[in-house]
Design a protein around this ligand. Sequence first.
Ligand code: MG
Length: 203
Amino acid sequence: MRLPLNPDLVRGFLDPDEGACLYEHALACAALGPCLEVGSYCGKSTLYLGTAMRDAGGQMIALDHHRGSEEHQEGEAYHDPELFDAKVGLMDTLPALRATLAAAKLEPFVIPVVTTSALAGQAFSMRLSMVFIDGGHSLDAAVTDYRTWAPRIVEGGILAIHDIFPDPADGGQAPYHIYQQALASGLFEQVEMRRTLAILRRL
Ligand code: MG
């Protein structure tokens, strides 16, 4: 994997090991159809997935409303004042994503979609080779992402879920909840767990 941009230059919460794992699986299943990322933020995971699309000759959708998750809002633990748009009084991470894509020359391979998971789910009906869920970490947001997108993964495709913490002391439980839901559905089998990144294959 030869990344076109140093991921350390991109804001975000993804370990390089996890990024490499996303790259490998996205590359391997790119021929099955487009890839979808839910929760792009400033484009750190998009950098890995988009590079896989570039290398495989595929395309991906980078879905994010770009208003930040609960934990990014003013006064919360992961708030970044540089990503706050004072004119509208809301977070805006879209300029940062675009800067990442431009710097990495990945614009031909990444289609940013700026809306919520629920709205995008109503507007789009395509089948997907891979879905990476890393959006809002409230139970409601995670369950919406899972219910909206997991059924659209083709046979042999990949469902990746970030921030899996089996021990509640280590982190929020919403991603772990949908991970368990996916396994219990009988539609997915686990391929690997890289740090906090679960990789499941659609049977
Ligand atoms: Mg995450």
